[in-house]
Write a protein that binds this ligand. Structure first.
Ligand code: UD1
Length: 430
């Protein structure tokens, strides 16, 4: 089984290029089946979740041509099924975006209901409420959502909770509905805006994405487009924390600094230097970094997907920090793993109280999910001695060439899949 093995202690120094945003790409790929014309998507991250989504698109009958590692051409004119296979839903939750995309285009969709996941229960009631408001008949039968509409008609919706997924999903269906849809209390995340921009480039009429009121004037059809995905805010933030925790100096390139403001602000608060450029952010860690408090919130608040990475960073800062997880109910599972490395964190419900320690010591740990896995890797890079992170399949779902990019910054890290390879690494790095 593949693992990352690393020897910590090297400050990360240099430049790293950030890939396209996974979460934007998941919505955009689903939306690309809403036209019969060719859609070319650039800056796709080459990560597992995206590759599974592409397989799911092929499975329902669309043609997918890989132009190069980060570019695909999709033609959905051959779609024969409005039913997505259970296997894909199990492998990737975001295939729930097919409900909105297929319902919008074909007025019919059948998609297995995604289950909970490692960060807590993840209902999709708001998605379904939105589709019903547009006039769809929605039933849940034998574990699948079955959606049909004779006509989808625009509606005025209020989201009871800010939800990225529900906002994107309802926006997709409303794009091809009749008349005006208004989504109030919409999510404002950069990837909501990116999916809206993508749909607009196909002829949709969406205004207000990025604010909490989105207005969608339905159009009769969408046409082909060429579109380049925005940089990944969370991958960028992970490298920013990696610079901070290793007391390094990293230029994080190909980013939109505005999307990183909440992360930059917290790193500045703990004493790091953060310098913004047009499309890059440089983070310089300091020998002594200080505690702070963080509350995860919808954008432009501090992202829940950065909570583990900032928590491990605070676990090596002076003083007591408090991190409150307001979005997901079970997102502190990695804390037990970090304790094996010497982290001192107590969790009570959705609050973590972090007493900063001077050093971590390397240990064998398990990645419990994608972002927590990445956080354990950056903790390992700041630890004394060797750390082995298991279950790295989670990390590969969302980080392109993670270990290669870290090595480019001077990290001693390798992906191994046998004890022999791990031994070779130990002998080589000494
Ligand atoms: C997306 C991101 C995920 C990120 C999350 C929050 C993708 C593919 N995933 O997930 O990485 O952590 O946003 O920024 O983009 N909720 C309901 N009912 C619903 C939908 C959501 O109660 O119908 C709740 C959720 O349980 C959660 C909160 O709303 O507590 C926010 O979830 P949401 O924004 O929908 O997350 P996702 O879109 O699933």
């Amino acid at each position: 089984m593949e693992q990352y093995i690393m020897k910590g202690g090297n400050p990360l120094v240099g430049e790293v290029n950030i890939s396209g945003a996974k979460n934007a790409a998941l919505g955009i790929l689903a939306a690309s089946v809403m036209t019969d014309e060719d859609v070319v998507i650039e800056n796709l991250p080459d990560v597992r979740d995206i590759n599974v989504m592409l397989e799911a698109i092929e499975e329902i009958g669309a043609r997918v041509d890989r132009i190069d590692r980060h570019t695909v051409r999709i033609n959905a004119s051959g779609i024969g099924e409005v039913s997505v296979d259970d296997e894909y839903i199990r492998r990737i939750r975001a295939s729930y975006y097919f409900i909105g995309a297929l319902l919008g285009k074909y007025k019919s969709a059948q998609v297995p209901l995604p289950g909970g996941c490692n960060i807590g229960s993840r209902p999709i009631d708001l998605h379904l409420k939105g589709f019903r408001a547009l006039g769809a008949d929605i039933t849940v039968e034998r574990g699948a959502v079955i959606a049909h509409a004779i006509d989808l008609v625009g509606a005025h919706l209020y989201m009871d909770k800010v939800s990225v997924g529900a906002t994107i999903n309802v926006m997709m269906a409303a794009t091809l509905a009749e008349g005006l849809t208004i989504i109030e209390n919409a999510a404002k995340e950069p990837h909501v805006v990116d999916v809206a921009n993508f749909l607009n480039s196909m002829g949709a009429n969406i205004k207000g994405a990025g604010t909490d009121v989105i207005r969608i004037r339905g159009v009769a059809r969408l046409h082909g487009t060429e579109y380049s995905i925005i940089p990944d805010q969370i991958e960028a933030g992970t490298f920013m924390c990696a610079a901070a925790i290793t007391r390094g100096d990293v230029m994080v390139r190909n980013v939109i600094p505005k999307h990183l403001e909440a992360i930059s602000a917290k790193l500045i608060e703990i004493g790091c230097e953060v310098i913004e450029f047009d499309d890059a952010v440089r983070v310089v860690g300091k020998p002594v970094q200080h505690h702070t408090n963080i509350n995860t919130l919808p954008y432009p608040g501090f992202p829940t997907d950065m909570q583990p990475q900032i928590t491990v960073t605070l676990a090596l800062a002076r003083g007591t920090s408090i991190v409150t997880e307001s979005i997901f109910e079970n997102r502190f599972k990695y804390v037990d793993e970090l304790a094996r490395m010497g982290g001192n964190i107590k969790v009570e419900g959705n609050v973590a109280v972090i007493d900063g320690v001077k050093n971590f010591s390397g240990a064998a740990v398990n990645a419990p999910d994608l972002r927590a896995g990445a956080a354990l890797v950056i903790a390992g890079l700041a630890a004394d001695g060797y750390t082995v992170v298991d279950e790295i399949g989670y990390i590969q779902r969302g980080y392109e060439c993670f270990e290669e990019k870290l090595r480019g910054l001077g990290a001693m890290i390798e992906k191994v899949d046998s004890e022999k390879e791990a031994m070779k690494f130990r002998l080589r790095v000494g």
